[in-house]
Design a protein around this ligand. Structure first.
Ligand SMILES: [Zn+2]
Length: 107
């Protein structure tokens, strides 16, 4: 890192590819629409298992809570973040949906 990188704010420095997280594939035709619900159980203890890259305005997180998994979608708007959640499913079913989300088969 040279001096010019130190003086610039982090937001101005583009992330080199190795530092990027997971990026979603473009959504496919005939994709499965995920039903996005308003979060209700805010007091839950939620563990984030996986999440997509934070360089884009929409972030998806695969969350674990109370023995079930769900996907949390955060859309960062100028007015602030808008958060929605998928339904909660058992691990094998939600991991399959997460995979379809990543590969563009669901969104
Ligand atoms: Zn990225």
């Amino acid at each position: 890192m040279d001096q010019s990188d130190v003086t610039r704010s982090p937001a101005e420095i583009p992330l080199p590819p190795p530092y990027h997280g997971l990026h979603l594939a473009p959504v496919m035709r005939g994709f499965e629409p995920i039903v996005w619900l308003s979060p209700t159980r805010r007091s839950d203890v939620v563990r984030v298992r996986r999440h997509t890259c934070e360089c884009v305005p929409i972030i998806y997180e695969l969350c674990h809570s109370g023995g079930l998994l769900f996907i949390r979608r955060t859309v960062r708007n100028a007015e602030g973040p808008s958060i929605h959640e998928s339904e909660r499913l058992i691990t094998v079913r939600m991991e399959a949906l997460w995979e379809r989300l990543i590969t563009g088969q669901a969104r």
